[in-house]
Every structure is written in C-alpha cells, then in structure tokens.
Design a protein around this ligand. Structure first.
Ligand SMILES: CC(C)(COP(=O)(O)OP(=O)(O)OC[C@H]1O[C@@H](n2cnc3c(N)ncnc32)[C@H](O)[C@@H]1OP(=O)(O)O)[C@@H](O)C(=O)NCCC(=O)NCCS
Length: 191
C-alpha cells in the first residue's frame, strides 16, 4: 500500500525518507539501540539509505513491513521509528527504537499506541489485525515498560531463544488482541 501518515496530539508518524538518513544514523548508533536491536555495526549512511529504501520503502510496497518515523508535530527531525512486521494470518509484531533526545517523555508509548489503534481498526481505516505481539531481550526493561504501558499482556519467557551480538539471551513475549481491554494493564511476572 501507499505509506500512511498517522497523527497524535504531539506527533506525526510518517514513512522515513532518504532525507532522514542523518537522523537514522544518529539513533542507530546509540549504545542502547545497538544493545537491544539487530542494527548493523558500524552503521553509516550506506546502511541508513539501504534501510530507508530497501527495507522500509520496499516493505510498504510489498505489504510486508510498515515502518513509521516518529516526529514531533512542530519539528521535522526523525527521533525514532515504530513499525509492524512479521505479518501472518491476521497477526504481526511491533518493534520500536528512539534516539535518547526523544526518550523519557512518553513519546514512544504515544506513537506505539497510535500504531496499535491503526493495526486493530477495521479496513479501510486500519489493518483489521487480530493480534500484535512484542518480543525483547529479557533485560530490556525500557522496552518492556513501553509494552506494559500499552496494555500488552505478558505471555512468557523463552529461554536462550535469541543470539544477539555473540551471546544467547532469554526473550520476553507479550501481545495484545484486538478486543483486549488495554486500559487495565496486567502486572508482568518478569523478575
Ligand atoms: C525502548 C525505548 C523506545 C523506550 O523509550 P522511553 O522514552 O522510555 O519510552 P516512552 O517514550 O514511552 O517514555 C516513557 C518514559 O517517559 C516518562 N513520561 C514522561 N511523560 C510521560 C507521558 N506523558 N506519558 C508517558 N510517559 C511519560 C515515563 O515515566 C517513562 O519514564 P520511566 O521509563 O523512567 O518510567 C528506548 O529506551 C529505546 O529506544 N531503547 C533502545 C531500543 C530498544 O530497546 N528498542 C526495543 C527493542 S525490543
């Protein structure tokens, strides 16, 4: 499909474009992003251009991945991204990353909530998905906090299930279904 633009009170969520390459390089080189996501290391302009064109652009065109760049409504700078991928039978996975300059003010929770609303809304307003799941390395408390604020329900811990930068890690799994009451978040037994 053609890329969609979503809005919230504070944010505009729109497809990252080649002009965003500097901003993508900036957040992709953040140590927390490197520690928590599979971004290539080192990450320069060639990697950013490839991601914007061949991953993001191609994903929208082929309906395999829908990535949104996150911007404040009054600032064109791309602070981070939130996206849906791994589509299968009415389900998908959500992933996100943010530059440190955009952290600590609820921007990611607000952006991801808007993407979930779009994911669960019926066509033509949304994708009509039934399930959106989230996975993260078990020590990634910042990502888990966002997922909890979104009202995702904890589904489990898969032991040594991901190989990341040469070491094996446990992963946490959580998900929302389209008819969940996400306003009453469940306490996660993550410790
Ligand atoms: C995961 C990540 C996006 C979370 O960013 P974040 O800024 O903590 O998330 P939010 O935008 O939702 O902000 C929440 C924080 O802002 C605070 N906040 C301030 N105003 C807020 C508001 N209006 N609404 C909600 N939270 C608000 C919250 O208290 C919270 O702080 P806390 O974590 O100290 O409790 C970020 O840490 C990151 O990019 N990490 C590296 C990449 C990564 O791990 N990606 C996920 C891989 S699975």
């Amino acid at each position: 499909m053609q890329p969609v633009t979503l809005r919230t009170e504070r944010l505009v969520l729109s497809v990252p474009e080649l002009g965003d390459a500097d901003d993508v390089v900036a957040y992709a080189n953040d140590p927390d992003v490197i520690a928590s996501t599979p971004v290539p290391v080192p990450y320069g302009h060639a990697e950013a251009r490839y991601w914007i064109s061949d991953v993001v652009g191609a994903g929208w065109a082929a309906d395999t991945r829908y990535e949104f760049g996150i911007r404040r409504a009054d600032d064109l700078r791309l602070l981070g991204t939130v996206g849906l991928f791994a589509f299968a039978d009415g389900a998908a996975e959500i992933g996100y990353a943010m530059h440190p300059d955009g952290r600590g003010s609820g921007i990611m929770t607000e952006a991801a909530e808007r993407v979930l609303q779009w994911a669960f809304a019926g066509p033509p307003e949304g994708l009509g998905l039934v399930r959106v799941q989230w996975r993260a390395i078990a020590t990634n408390t910042a990502s888990a906090s966002v997922a909890q604020r979104l009202g995702l329900r904890f589904e489990g811990r898969t032991r040594s299930s991901v190989l990341h930068r040469g070491s094996r890690h446990d992963q946490l799994l959580a998900a929302a279904l389209h008819d969940d009451d996400r306003s009453a978040p469940m306490v996660w037994p993550t410790s």
